[in-house]
Design a protein around this ligand. Structure first.
Ligand code: FES
Ligand code: FE2
Length: 443
């Protein structure tokens, strides 16, 4: 199937076998496919760039990536959020080298061209040397289309793509539960944590989109040894909950909503003052899904994911607290990914709740977090297990989906389609069906 010069659409089509719920392992290891992903996915669909709370004031900026393109997310002097291509229109140097800051504009360090925070070329430093022969208006920084939903800023280079609202579609109902659940919405806690595991960028979004079965196997020992210290039987309870909880697909979103048993108190780990705000902001169907949720993991295709849930590492001294991590899986090479991870909390949360949320987050989902340690080892093992000449010819298997895909939950109260188990593998595999649609040009 593999040809040296590239991939034909019909060959890419066969890499993901929708009928059998399998995929070729080349999607994790082939250099040419990786290059095509940058072109066909990362320049064509909406990508998560940052949270509005990262740039609250005029002139605030952060530097990010869209695929392999460096960009600046900035609130310009008029208050408008823009995503500028971070490459000088003179010789191509990065015009902004800092991770974050506040500036009226950006001065290229090479020859001193100056751009406003709206991307417009203000001066070349030596304008007179052009003798009036050049139209400087064509030399503004390139800009991506920008859209924002619930404080989440997305951008795309594709001017033919549907609006962000249309693109997210039914996913917005679920995004509202996480990002639009109080009047003021969410805020990021501190700076992003970044680290670079040695695996393909898709393994994270697949796992978060969502791999229920790994939770008990890979994370079970930690749940048993630490988290369940004051809660005998917690692992068995979590196993049952995963088996019986809904997995959802809605537009570009796939994820799970693990529901605690009926005898468990509602709103585990949520501050009562915030719960009062949730109850004023969300509708009854959203509240029903949220109040019994003990873990939720999701992905918006292609590389934006989140995880939240209540946790305590010592039930005697550490009150159960909800952590909430969001992240992007940035493709660096076919076998190298940079994870960018932020912790979020409701704007209205007290300082004490914010501190507890941050502490719960850094103990769980970040470079040194207990759960990320487990996952990193597993994803490293997948990459090593798939890159051999022979091991690369075995398929990746999602065939639990064959048992679940034709029997969605009939009376599901939300939009999209839900399946009756976090073990269903349907939503996880749906990420690859979207991957195939973009890679073959069907989208
Ligand atoms: S490369 Fe930016 S001013 Fe020359
Ligand atoms: Fe995990």
């Amino acid at each position: 199937m593999r040809i040296e010069q590239g991939w034909q659409p019909s060959e890419i089509e066969r890499l993901v076998d929708a009928e059998n719920a399998t995929a070729s392992r080349l999607i994790f290891t082939d250099e040419t496919l990786f290059r095509l992903e940058l072109q066909r996915i990362f320049t064509r669909t909406w990508l998560y760039i940052g949270h509005e709370s990262e740039i609250p004031n005029k002139g605030d900026y952060v530097t990010r990536k869209m695929g392999n393109d460096p960009v600046i997310l900035v609130r310009d002097q008029a208050g408008r959020v823009r995503v500028l291509l971070n490459t000088c229109t003179h010789r191509g140097a990065l015009v902004c080298r800092a991770d974050a800051g506040n500036a009226r504009g950006f001065t290229c360090p090479y020859h001193g061209w100056v751009f406003g925070s709206d991307g417009a070329l203000v001066a070349t430093a030596e304008d007179h040397t052009y003798g009036g022969k050049v139209n400087f208006r064509n030399l503004d920084l390139r800009q991506a289309r920008v859209g924002s939903y619930a404080g989440l800023v997305f951008a795309t280079w594709n001017h033919d793509a549907p609006s962000l609202d249309e693109h997210l579609g039914d996913a917005r109902w679920y995004l509202d539960i996480m990002f639009n659940r109080t009047p003021n919405g969410m805020t990021v806690l501190g700076l992003p944590h970044r680290w670079t595991p040695t695996n393909n960028w898709k393994l994270g979004p697949l796992n978060f989109g969502a791999d229920g079965p790994h939770a008990v196997k890979v994370h079970g020992p930690i749940v048993d040894a630490a988290l369940a210290g004051g809660m005998p039987g917690a692992l068995g309870m979590i196993h049952k909950a995963l088996l019986e909880s809904p997995s959802v697909t809605a537009g570009p979103y796939n994820g799970i909503w693990t529901q605690g048993p009926a005898e468990m108190p509602e709103w585990m780990g949520h501050d009562p003052a915030l719960v009062a705000l949730f109850e004023r902001t969300l509708n009854p169907q959203q509240l029903a899904l949220f109040k019994r949720c003990i873990a939720s993991v999701g992905t918006v295709f292609p590389n934006f994911s989140w995880v939240f849930g209540p946790i305590s590492f010592d039930m005697q001294t550490d009150p159960i607290t909800n952590f909430f991590a969001i992240r992007v899986w940035q493709p660096l090479a076919v076998n190298r990914t940079e994870i960018w991870n932020w912790f979020l909390v409701d704007q209205e949360a007290s300082d004490e709740v914010k501190q507890r949320a941050m502490r719960a987050g850094v103990r769980t989902f970040t470079a040194g977090g207990t759960f990320d340690q487990d996952d990193a080892e597993a994803w490293h093992a997948i990459q090593r297990g798939c890159e051999g000449e022979i091991s690369g010819t075995v398929d990746v298997n999602f065939q639990v989906a064959l048992n679940y895909r034709d029997r969605p939950i009939a009376d599901w109260p939300g939009p999209g389609v839900a399946y009756p188990s976090n073990y269903c593998e349907v939503t996880e595999f749906n990420n690859l069906l979207q991957w195939r649609a973009y890679m073959t040009g069907a989208r």
